[in-house]
Unconditional design. Structure first.
Length: 277
């Protein structure tokens, strides 16, 4: 296909790739290992594990597609997102994710807000969004007047960066994990002493070797490619439409007749009438 961008082979992908990350995290045990690394403690059994879960409160509200959504046996909720592209809306997006998750957790007519599950929004980034050189940025609601006072509402947002430099402030396992996320190879996995990271690497190797996953990868890549192309075409069409509108408006200001406008712009009468509306 002409000008089609080159698709990277599945076996060359790192976990910063959202497709690979989502497929690897389809395995609840793997997801449990990853959460245990992030929180520095053993996370209880995952009783619900979904990838690309769609959340929508109503047909009138924008839906979101979560990379990995899970609930443990203590009913704590985890939404883990992989971000390989720097975007300036990540903080606000995490707030929106939190709001949609919270709203979906309460049954209609349940007035007891204490019934809300503890929830965690986790964003893993291949860049340092905040620029402080940290592997981990943890955000909790905090009182400005009394800094040691936190609002215990059961919510937490965690941003992890593969570009951290503060190795002495976080666990060795978390550092190894973020290095492995960035470069998911045998060499990086072998350097780690973590059994969890070794199991994660085994899962990654298994996924990369799967013919079924290979087919899914090609299909997902083609769908994204055609979506991008469709978006570009729609953008060009919209740009041409706006340019024609401006041209017609300028010609009208010059006092040109509709007949002359039609002849110069090659518009049909119907198209000119739509612009006039």
């Amino acid at each position: 296909m002409k000008n089609e961008p080159k698709r990277k082979p599945l076996n060359e992908l790192n976990l910063t790739n959202r497709f690979l990350f989502d497929v690897v995290m389809e395995d609840p045990k793997t997801h449990q290992d990853v959460l245990s690394i992030i929180f520095g403690k053993e996370i209880s059994m995952i009783v619900q594990n979904e990838t690309e879960k769609e959340a929508r409160l109503s047909p009138l509200i924008r839906s979101i597609r979560m990379d990995v959504f899970a609930v443990d046996d203590e009913q704590s909720v985890y939404n883990t997102e992989m971000q390989d592209e720097r975007k300036n809306d990540l903080a606000k997006r995490s707030r929106y994710y939190q709001a949609l998750i919270d709203t979906s957790l309460l049954e209609p007519g349940v007035p007891n807000y204490n019934a809300l599950n503890t929830s965690y929004i986790i964003v893993i980034m291949s860049f340092d969004l905040f620029g402080y050189g940290k592997y981990r940025y943890t955000f909790l609601p905090q009182c400005q007047e009394v800094p040691e006072l936190c609002l215990e509402d059961g919510s937490m947002r965690i941003f992890l960066s593969t570009e951290g430099k503060n190795d002495d402030e976080v666990s060795e396992e978390l550092v190894d994990f973020l290095h492995y996320i960035k470069n998911s190879t045998d060499a990086v996995a072998e350097k780690s002493h973590s059994a969890r990271i070794h199991r994660l690497h085994q899962r990654v190797c298994k996924v990369k070797a799967s013919e079924k996953v290979g087919v899914r990868y090609m299909q997902a890549w083609e769908e994204r490619y055609y979506d991008r192309e469709e978006g570009r075409i729609e953008g060009r069409i919209e740009g041409l439409r706006q340019a024609k509108q401006e041209l017609v408006a300028n010609m009208r200001r010059e006092g040109l007749s509709d007949e002359l406008i039609l002849r110069v712009t090659k518009l049909t009468k119907e198209e000119l009438e739509k612009i006039n509306e």
